[in-house]
Design a protein around this ligand. Structure first.
Ligand code: 4AD
Ligand code: MG
Length: 451
């Protein structure tokens, strides 16, 4: 459909005068003719401009450097037999912004490490150019999925007085040099949010189905390829839904997003398939068409015990927090695809998760996927006031800052569930990009904050 539309547009434009602005990707000239390849920002493909010696500034055009901003006026020529569907025969080429010779991107392959040092120009390199558009397309996929299903988008606060996950890995927000928070800007300790979940739950008990989608911040000192200190998270919350409903929603959302990106970022995905991960399109297509496996944590431990010798950490026991090598073993070796691990021991999960009948496990799920590990974390929430209070006391939590959260259990509270999808990890999963630093425009990680 899209190709057909493009063909008619190309035919309609054939012979017409056009003007384009963009940035030079390559420029080469011989005695009588030259070629500038330009990207105008509208799509992944570049356009080739042909310029001839008859132009009065032919010599100067030949010297235009890579990275320069230019305007080309000329004639659109359809080239159905050529490599590209069309080219532009220049009548004039004007430099709008020259690019100095120390432009850090040259026509060769640069390492990702090198590119991370120059976040102000790296979007113009192919891998990043493709990634940051995919990022935009995936955002739209998320909104489309939830809006089409009647979910209400809630803007939860970035500055908060609660540590939702209770893990204590938060960045303090202060205007003071000391730590007298009583005298601080808000008159109390404030921090950047680690999760919008607690703040979105009241809205689920109003609109039934809601979601947040925004930046979250974690001061975990884990220097891995999958952890960032600032990352985006989608957190839906569904009233009158249990854990099974929650997992159905996760599965449907992931599949929708895959199909949406394959359709709306086809050129970008084709690029990733060619240059980043040969298997990425096949892999995600397969995922979009298969049923996600579901396995309890206890079953997972059984599998791990049998394969104990393969791990660096061989201390496998019921009640342990799984490490990434264990999670990857389960999805890559046991299931060979995405798997929901459910019903974790209550002691290794957050306070708000609903305690199961066995009084040992909680109604939680993590979605584990090959290469990335944990992509989604979700749970049914504890809706029983007394059980929740007891749990908080057991965990030594300060009840006073969360009385409002407890009150929700007294003011028409009901069964409800939700989850958090790591947006940046989803991008890694789609593209096959190996490091979270290469899917974020300005990555923030321990000891690293460029610009
Ligand atoms: O499992 P997490 O910590 O769950 C929550 O925050 C819940 N409040 C979600 C909810 O139920 N509403 O985080 C959810 C997801 C993880 O599965 C992971 O994909 C991603 O967020 N994530 C990170 N992504 C990048 N860098 C980090 N440091 C991340 N920490 C978590
Ligand atoms: Mg988690």
């Amino acid at each position: 459909m899209l190709v057909k539309k493009m063909q008619t547009q190309v035919q309609e434009l054939d012979g017409k005068e056009v003007a384009i602005q963009g940035w030079v990707r390559t420029n080469r000239a011989s005695k009588n003719i030259g070629f500038i390849v330009i990207n105008d920002g509208s799509c992944f493909s570049n356009v080739q401009v042909v310029y001839e010696a008859s132009l009065e500034n032919f010599k100067e055009i030949g010297k235009i450097t890579l990275g320069s901003a230019v305007e080309v006026k000329g004639v659109f020529v359809a080239t159905p037999d050529g490599k590209q569907p069309f080219e532009i025969h220049a009548q004039s080429v004007e430099v709008l912004g020259a690019c100095d010779h120390d432009y850090p991107i040259q026509k060769k392959r640069h390492t990702y490490e090198y590119m991370r040092e120059i976040p102000h120009v790296r979007p113009r390199a192919n891998s990043y150019y493709a990634m940051f558009r995919l990022r935009s397309v995936l955002s739209m996929a998320i909104h489309t999925f939830f809006q089409d299903r009647g979910f209400v988008y809630i803007h939860t606060p970035i500055i908060t007085g609660n540590d939702a996950e209770g893990a204590g890995e938060c960045f303090t927000v202060t205007t003071r040099k000391d730590d007298k928070y009583d005298e601080d800007f808000f008159g109390k300790h404030a921090q950047l949010t680690v999760s919008g979940q607690l703040h979105v739950e009241p809205f689920a008990l109003t609109y039934r189905n809601v979601y947040t989608f925004g930046p979250t911040f974690r001061a975990e000192n884990s220097n891995t390829t999958r952890h960032a200190s600032e990352f985006w998270m989608i957190e839906p919350e569904l009233a009158f839904a249990d854990l099974a409903d929650d997992m159905d929603c996760i599965e449907e959302m992931i599949k929708f997003c895959i199909n949406y990106c394959l359709e709306h970022a086809a050129e970008e995905m084709a690029f990733f398939e060619k240059f980043v991960d040969k298997d990425c399109i096949n892999r995600v297509k397969h995922v979009a068409n298969s049923h996600f496996a579901r396995m309890t944590y206890s079953e997972g431990i059984e599998h791990l015990l049998k394969a104990k010798d393969q791990f660096e950490n061989q201390d496998i026991f019921w009640g342990m927090d799984l490490q990434s090598e264990h999670e990857r073993y389960l999805c890559e070796k046991v299931v060979n695809g995405p798997v929901f691990l459910t019903d974790y021991p209550k002691d290794i999960k957050a306070f708000y998760m609903r305690v199961n009948e066995d009084n040992k496990t909680v109604a939680a799920c993590d979605l584990l996927v090959p290469y990335v590990g944990e992509l989604v974390g979700g749970s049914q929430r504890e809706e029983r006031y007394d059980v929740l209070v007891a749990k908080m006391q057991e965990m030594g939590m300060d009840q006073s800052t969360l009385q409002w959260y407890l009150d929700l259990r007294r003011f028409g509270g009901c069964k409800h569930s939700g989850f958090g999808l790591g947006f940046d990890r989803m991008l890694m999963y789609l593209s096959g990009m190996q490091n979270i630093r290469d899917v974020q425009p300005y990555p923030r990680t321990p000891r690293n904050l460029i610009f």
